[in-house]
Design a protein around this ligand. Structure first.
Ligand SMILES: [Zn+2]
Length: 335
């Protein structure tokens, strides 16, 4: 397993008291200590050409011009003098994770910050400057010979940026499980994609308080079934860990067992269709201990050191959400 990161991303410092803090990266790196079979690689910056696949040229130029500056891009998204270079490395690390996953038919992990999934084509948002996982998925399509890329976003917040970037496309299938309603307010189950992309955007919006068994139910009833029909040749995980019960920014009840279950399910998809290729891209997670343990559980499953356990039965409300999702998507997929 290859892990791509860089201490240089510690230089992105949004300021005191901000949840998306440099310590997150230290905790993520420490979580992988003593995991056998890990090779580390230094992240490299994404190029303008690579970013241009999913971001507008004017937006990229605007962000690059902020190098060395402290700016408030929106109420949650602040830059420090090192932020632009960190954001380029975070996107570059995601690209290299996708590349390594394809080249080795295995698992590669990008431990980067700032995170990416809220970043829109032409706007920074929600701690995110460039949409790392979208840049990686677009790179896989353009440069790695991948025909169909599955992006699964289990961060507790809806991946609005990733959805909007790919919503009209059928070559990148985007799946987001998230708390709803919650920031950023998008992610209704009826948003299934537009035009040619209709049916290729899957939102599973759970109310606060749902947890492992409900997420597992969604994987069994919807996500695995659609993934098996889509037949991705690369699986990317937008891996945020703020759905954990201990997270201070959200009200979901996931534990390490839930992350292990979801990882195991996606490993199955990758083995059945994608030669085992999985790229993991770090997103949110603001209780540092919970984030570290959940990340470790995810990678332990991917490394074959931990298996997923059977989970209790889902809640009635969780089942109802999954039924609603099936109802709109059964127009496009056999569910
Ligand atoms: Zn989040």
């Amino acid at each position: 397993m290859l892990v791509i990161s860089s201490e240089k991303m510690l230089a992105h410092d949004p300021g005191p008291g901000r949840p998306e803090c440099p310590e997150r990266l230290r905790v993520a790196v420490r979580a992988l200590e003593r995991l056998e079979g890990v090779a580390w690689e230094e992240a490299r910056p994404a190029t303008v050409e690579e970013l241009s696949r999913v971001h507008d040229a004017d937006y990229i130029a605007k962000i690059l011009a902020l190098r060395g500056e402290c700016v408030e891009l929106d109420e949650d998204t602040h830059t420090s003098p090192g932020s632009v270079d960190a954001a380029l490395l975070s996107a570059g690390a995601a690209i290299e994770a996708a590349t390594a996953a394809v080249r080795t038919s295995g698992v590669a992990v990008s431990l980067g910050r700032p995170p990416g999934h809220h970043a829109e084509r032409a706007a920074a948002m929600g701690f995110c400057l460039f949409n790392n996982v979208a840049v990686a998925a677009a790179h896989a399509r353009a440069m790695l010979g991948c025909e169909r890329v599955l992006v699964v976003d289990w961060d507790v917040h809806h991946g609005n940026g990733t959805e909007h970037i790919f919503e009209a496309r059928r070559d990148v299938l985007f799946v987001s499980l998230h708390e709803f309603p919650l920031y950023p307010g998008t992610g209704a189950h009826t948003d299934v994609g537009t035009g040619d992309g209709a049916g290729f955007n899957v939102n599973v919006p759970f109310a606060a308080g749902h947890g492992d068994a409900d997420y597992a139910h969604a994987f069994r009833e919807v996500i695995a079934k659609i993934a098996d029909q889509f037949r991705p040749d690369l699986v990317l995980i937008s891996a945020g860990f703020d759905g954990h019960a201990a997270d201070p920014l959200a009200g979901m009840q996931l534990t390490e067992e839930g992350y292990a279950f979801m990882t195991d399910a996606l490993l199955g998809v990758a083995r059945r269709h994608a030669h085992g290729r999985i790229g993991v891209v770090l997103e949110g997670g603001y209780d540092l201990d919970a984030m570290g343990k959940s990340l470790r559980a995810t990678l332990d499953v991917l490394a074959g050191k931990r298996s997923a356990r059977e989970l209790p039965v889902p809640t009635e409300t969780g089942r109802a959400t999954v039924r609603d999702v099936c109802a709109v998507l059964s127009r496009y997929w056999s569910l």
